[in-house]
Design a binder for this molecule. Structure first.
Ligand SMILES: NC(=O)N[C@@H](O)C(=O)O
Length: 236
């Protein structure tokens, strides 16, 4: 039971519709049992590779709005690898809890997490799942009085074209099944990736300029508990 100072959020299955305010879900349109490409290709897809593949184009945006950043510094596309190890969950009243400590956002870029195949240990124990934690953005707080001009561009804490701090009361937590990826929309507040069960390796695609807070902004969070246990699988 949550105390008065605590926000308790139950993680729910990740679906494209429920996640739409925050970004895009990446998943295969085909069931694991599918061994030949469906013919004719379902709506929204085409046959490719001499008929041996099904292609769905533009499954998620890859967006940069760095041209609107305070410094105007150019950004480049970046692909990195995040090997995410399982988080320690806390047990309380028989429930598995993840305590959110940090939220972050990339104010001028989408960020996509694409899971690679699970490690071979997944054959002996359940594959890793991700808890995708996101929050809407509150309006910008009032601007502080103007400060004397400096040589470096002024970048007020948590002020951006995409709004202000995260709205913790409307934070959401989603359970991504093994194999599902996500694209966080430009400036979407999210927790650093939370994986449970097994390690999950992700290819991460975004833009970067190398300008600290223009690439990533963080806020510390206290009193937000995510109830992980007992979540159901998504029906896609
Ligand atoms: N989301 C996540 O796990 N991490 C980042 O967004 C990052 O840029 O570090």
């Amino acid at each position: 039971m949550a105390s008065l100072q605590t926000i308790e959020i139950h993680a729910v299955p990740l679906t494209p519709t429920d996640f739409a305010p925050f970004g895009t879900v990446l998943f295969s349109p085909l069931p694991p049992s599918s061994t030949t490409p469906p013919l004719p290709p379902p709506s929204g897809s085409i046959s490719a590779n001499q008929g041996t593949a099904l292609k769905v184009s533009d499954i998620a945006p890859v967006t940069s709005t760095y041209n609107a950043s305070p410094s105007g510094a150019p950004a480049k596309p970046s692909m990195s690898l995040f090997s995410c190890f399982p988080r320690t969950l806390r047990t309380s009243n028989g429930q598995q809890i993840f305590d959110v400590q940090v939220l972050e956002r990339h104010p001028f870029t989408t960020q996509t997490f694409i899971p690679l195949a699970s490690p071979s240990t997944a054959t002996t124990s359940p594959a890793g799942e991700a808890i995708i934690i996101v929050a809407p953005t509150l309006p910008n707080p009032p601007r502080p009085p103007p400060s004397p001009p400096t040589l470096t561009p002024y970048f007020p804490q948590l002020q951006s074209k995409n709004g202000g701090p995260p709205d913790l009361r409307n934070l959401k937590a989603f359970v991504a099944e093994p194999g599902m990826g996500v694209t966080y929309g430009v400036g979407t507040w999210h927790a650093p990736m939370v994986v449970v069960g097994q390690r999950v390796d992700y290819v991460v695609v975004q833009h970067i300029s190398g300008r600290g807070e223009e690439d990533c902004q963080e806020v510390d969070v206290q009193g937000v508990e995510i109830v992980v246990e007992g979540t159901e699988r998504a029906k896609l």
